[in-house]
Design a protein around this ligand. Structure first.
Ligand SMILES: Cc1cc2nc3c(=O)[nH]c(=O)nc-3n(C[C@H](O)[C@H](O)[C@H](O)COP(=O)(O)OP(=O)(O)OC[C@H]3O[C@@H](n4cnc5c(N)ncnc54)[C@H](O)[C@@H]3O)c2cc1C
Ligand SMILES: NC(=O)c1ccc[n+]([C@@H]2O[C@H](COP(=O)([O-])OP(=O)(O)OC[C@H]3O[C@@H](n4cnc5c(N)ncnc54)[C@H](OP(=O)(O)O)[C@@H]3O)[C@@H](O)[C@H]2O)c1
Length: 299
């Protein structure tokens, strides 16, 4: 089954016969023990539209940095049947594969079925986390190269928050370039603080090598609010401005590899640019090549 369409699997349906008879009655202990429950250990709100949180990690869960899982909450009981179903959505794992906890970086959609509720979680609450990681933004889907580019818009930064803390990224590449385009400056803060924190991360500096973070070039841009660099990354690449700012040549199949995670139009525009201007070929888990793409959300 496509995990992205696995919204309300019937296997987790819990039926309370009393509720089925009397939909109005809501017993105090109607909430079933959550299947695949994990406990929230930290919540940080970054803007009125963005927050991040950490949860405990299932002991048996193995994943590759850059992958996503389905997470969610239990829906309220169906008023007619009393059935309680999980409401799940795809989420990139923002923490690296070696971490004891799991981190997520989330949008708050005010009328969104999941995030209208998820945005209110607190430390100690439980969420559902299906331990079936999948995704294309993994090192296995790329052939070796010299420089890796991570291109994100909005919450598309999440898989790169994982890959920026993954030792394999620095073992495989001499240079790591991360571009992040958002509407407003405040939407860059999570990514900026995460990259800044790498400089003082004792564990990573010890494991990967002292000063590993010097391989990173960070290129944040905004489109609707004044910031140090304005404009869509796609336009800044077409004009050559991004390459001049970064001090690197335009992408080429010999040295450059890339991962893309943003809105659909962004993904399609970059894919077109890569294939038709820079001569890069799209890869997959089953057929590694020069670049890989994943949607940051479904439009
Ligand atoms: C592979 C994959 C990975 C994803 N990873 C993440 C992630 O790491 N963090 C995250 O916040 N979301 C992520 N999403 C989106 C996520 O699955 C949900 O859509 C999101 O949590 C909103 O859920 P909802 O039920 O509140 O609203 P939905 O009904 O799912 O969405 C309502 C509308 O809100 C907008 N929207 C949804 N998600 C976003 C977003 N992330 N940024 C901007 N607008 C959005 C879209 O216009 C969408 O049609 C991912 C989606 C996919 C397909
Ligand atoms: N961000 C907000 O402040 C805000 C507030 C309320 C509601 N919303 C709604 O939330 C949804 C998602 O908004 P979002 O801001 O998270 O994500 P988004 O609309 O996907 O935009 C994120 C960034 O990607 C840029 N972008 C969009 N298409 C691109 C392309 N083809 N090539 C290069 N860059 C591209 C945008 O630039 P442009 O600005 O040039 O499009 C923006 O800087 C939208 O439906 C929006 O209406 C957003």
């Amino acid at each position: 089954m496509d995990p992205m369409n696995e919204m309300t699997p019937v296997t987790d349906t819990v039926t309370d016969p009393k509720l089925a008879q009397d939909p109005a009655s809501k017993p105090a202990k109607a909430v079933p023990a959550l299947p695949d429950a994990q406990t929230v250990t930290e919540v940080k709100h970054w803007t009125d539209r963005l927050f991040s949180f950490k949860v405990t990690r299932p002991a048996s869960l193995r994943f590759r940095s850059g992958e996503f899982v389905m997470i969610g909450l239990m829906n309220d009981p169906d008023p007619k049947t009393g059935k309680v179903k999980p409401l799940l959505r795809a989420y990139s794992i923002a923490s690296p594969s070696w971490d004891e906890e799991m981190e997520f970086y989330s949008i708050k959609v005010q009328d969104g079925p999941l995030t209208s509720r998820l945005q209110h979680i607190k430390v100690g609450d439980e969420i559902i986390l299906r331990p079936k990681p999948v995704g294309t933004l993994v090192h296995d889907a790329l052939i070796p190269g010299k420089r890796i580019w991570f291109f994100a818009t909005g919450t598309g930064f999440a898989p790169f928050a994982s890959l920026l803390r993954e030792p394999e990224t620095y073992e495989k590449f001499d240079e790591v370039i991360i571009t992040h385009t958002c509407r407003e400056a405040g939407e860059l803060t999570y990514g900026r603080e995460l990259i800044e924190s790498l400089k003082t991360d004792e564990l990573l500096n010890e494991v990967i090598g002292e000063g590993f973070w010097k391989k990173i070039k960070y290129y944040p841009t905004t489109t609707r609010e004044e910031s140090a660099k304005m404009g869509r990354i796609t336009d800044l690449m077409r004009s050559g401005e991004a390459f001049a700012d970064l001090g690197v040549p335009p992408l080429n199949p010999e040295s450059d590899r890339a991962m893309i995670c943003g809105n659909l139009a962004f993904n399609l525009e970059l894919k077109d640019l890569f294939e038709n201007t820079y001569g890069l070929e799209e890869g997959a888990n089953s057929k590694p090549a020069h670049f890989v793409v994943e949607k940051a959300f479904l439009d």
